[in-house]
Design a protein around this ligand. Sequence first.
Ligand code: NAP
Length: 311
Amino acid sequence: MSAPIRIGIAGVGKIARDQHVPALQHNHRFELAACASRNASLDGVKSFDSLEAMLAGAPELHAVSLCTPPQVRYQQARAAIEAGRHVFLEKPPGVTLSEVEDLARRADQANVTLFASWHAREAAGVDRARQWLEEARVQRVDVQWREDVRTWHPGQQWIWQPGGLGVFDPGINALSIMTRILPDEFFLERARLEVPENCQAPIGAELDFTDAAGTPIHADFDWRQTGPQTWQITVETDRGTLLLEDGGSRLSVDGEQLIDGEDVEYAGLYRRFAELIGADRSEVDIRPFRHVADAFMLAERIATAPFHDQD
Ligand code: NAP
């Protein structure tokens, strides 16, 4: 058995604590050896107050996981690549398509692995949904990704700033699943973004896509849903209707449940990261991110009521 991959986490915040640290602790291929955060640290590992300090002060690291907001992803990823470390990018992989492509080129030249992760693709029902749809003719797709921003992003300012993506921060998870399971490439025809008048990013998005066959593909992303939360994708086909619920963890066809899985997303991501490092490969699929860029380019914009974290 090969030696563990020593890894450092940058940005000890919500997702690092909720998912990355437990996933790394349960994966024997990795050893969590350091962290870099301005205001936080992790017990039992070397702590630094910046990524640069971690790269310089922990030469034993083979890899870093960037769990910071996307606005600082490029500079951090570039520094880590230049320091010869493999890099795991949280989603979204950056704030522009061009900077992500630049990172992919740099990783290639430096012979390190760059992994642009899409955690929702690892949800329990996604792979089976993709396999089932390979044998089907898709007739219509409806996506409902509706959650309460105050529950899931309390106090986070970066989500409303340029590059923060607003409701596309969760919506890109739906796009990452759609681009994985739908057998044909699709593209945006029409979009409508609702942007609070005191914010730079949308709180709601209505998106109409199609594909070469003219299939209607509708997505509704909304951050104002209180009560039950909805993260579901319905695909009507000539074989029946496929339904992915709970962000992709539950799969049914014509009402018959095929998968009701537990939360396996970050375990799957780190398994994949280790495989990629072992194979000297990178994985940078920017399609979900490109659909977001297309929406920002094509959409009609509606100004809505100002957003305040406390109502
Ligand atoms: P967060 O808690 O707001 O931020 C993570 C940490 O990054 C912060 O605690 C902060 O730590 C550091 N940070 C913030 N701004 C920074 C800056 N300008 N420069 C350097 N460090 C900075 O965010 P999060 O919810 O964990 O999300 C981080 C990323 O994970 C996002 O891309 C998000 O889309 C993705 N993600 C989040 C979730 C979720 O449920 N929250 C789920 C999946 C993926 P210090 O102040 O200690 O430096």
